[in-house]
Design a protein around this ligand. Structure first.
Ligand SMILES: [Zn+2]
Length: 278
């Protein structure tokens, strides 16, 4: 039976690495997949000055996201039109235009409207630490959880459409074992793995213990790689994940991990399909 999947993230490229294989698999299996991006990632890197100027970066990244969405089979992309808040501790964190400073009701009403229009069966967003603690990732997690419940409450914003409760809410994250595997590979190849330290540090035991879905996306690693290549401003030749031989990287990218937050599953049970047993 055809299902609707809504992925809700903060920046162009958030959809590619941790969850892109799953979205591509759902689309390839005939389900409808739509994506929300809170910002256009205006504070991201520019891997090659020929690709964008700082002023154009948001526009360029919007096109990169549309390219990635096509590669993954995502049918529609919704922008919430906030600005990237930058990495934790940077000046942009205090800008009134930044997503972290957006009015909570305004953000949640935009999400509720999308949820009531698209009427997803499954909603996917970041885990509470946003993968590695990016302020926008944490903010989109919090707003999505809130909107998931508000969308189902007919007393709330009745003008935004008929109430809708999605059946499942998933959080996505990358487990410590992924980084351990990557570190082991890099060390074996004699590469400097020091860049991994800050990513590894952000992976919390709390998240690790909650993982209860491991999805095999080995048939969709190509689609995921094409999506990553669409994000050329972020995924340049210096990127950490480009330094490992493609074959090793494919192996590491072939499983994606989730924690089902609503409804909660019996503790200790492990599953492999986000859509199974509806
Ligand atoms: Zn991001």
């Amino acid at each position: 039976m055809r299902k609707r999947i809504l992925a809700v993230f903060a920046h162009p490229d958030d959809e590619a690495f941790g969850v892109g294989g799953t979205l591509a698999r759902c689309a390839a299996e005939g389900h409808e997949v739509e994506l929300v991006s809170a910002t256009r990632g205006e504070a991201g890197e520019i891997s090659d000055s020929r690709l964008a100027t700082a002023e154009q970066l948001g526009e360029v990244r919007e096109q990169e996201l549309r390219c990635a969405a096509k590669a993954l089979g995502i049918q529609a992309v919704h922008f919430l039109d906030y600005c990237d808040s930058g990495m934790d501790g940077t000046d942009l964190n205090r800008s009134p235009l930044s997503f972290v400073n957006a009015d909570a009701h305004q953000v949640q009403s935009k999400l509720v409207e999308i949820m009531r229009q698209f009427r997803p069966d499954v909603v996917i967003t970041f885990e509470p630490n946003g993968g590695y603690g990016h302020p926008d990732h944490i903010a989109i997690h919090q707003h999505t959880v809130k909107a998931f419940d508000l969308a189902a409450d007919e007393q709330v914003w009745p003008g935004l459409g008929a109430a809708h409760r999605a059946e499942r809410l998933f959080f996505t994250g990358i487990p410590q074992s992924f980084f351990a595997g990557l570190r082991e590979t890099m060390q074996r190849l004699g590469q400097d793995a020091s860049d991994l330290a800050w990513l590894e540090k952000a992976q919390t035991d709390a998240w690790e213990a909650q993982i209860n879905f491991a999805v095999d996306v080995s048939d969709y690693v190509d689609a995921k790689w094409r999506a990553l290549e669409c994000h050329a401003t972020q995924f340049g030749p210096q990127n950490l994940f480009r330094r490992v031989p493609a074959e090793e990287m494919r192996r590491l990218m072939s499983v994606e991990y989730f924690w089902m937050a609503r409804p909660t599953a019996p503790f200790g049970q492990q599953y492999t399909d986000l859509l199974a047993n509806f």
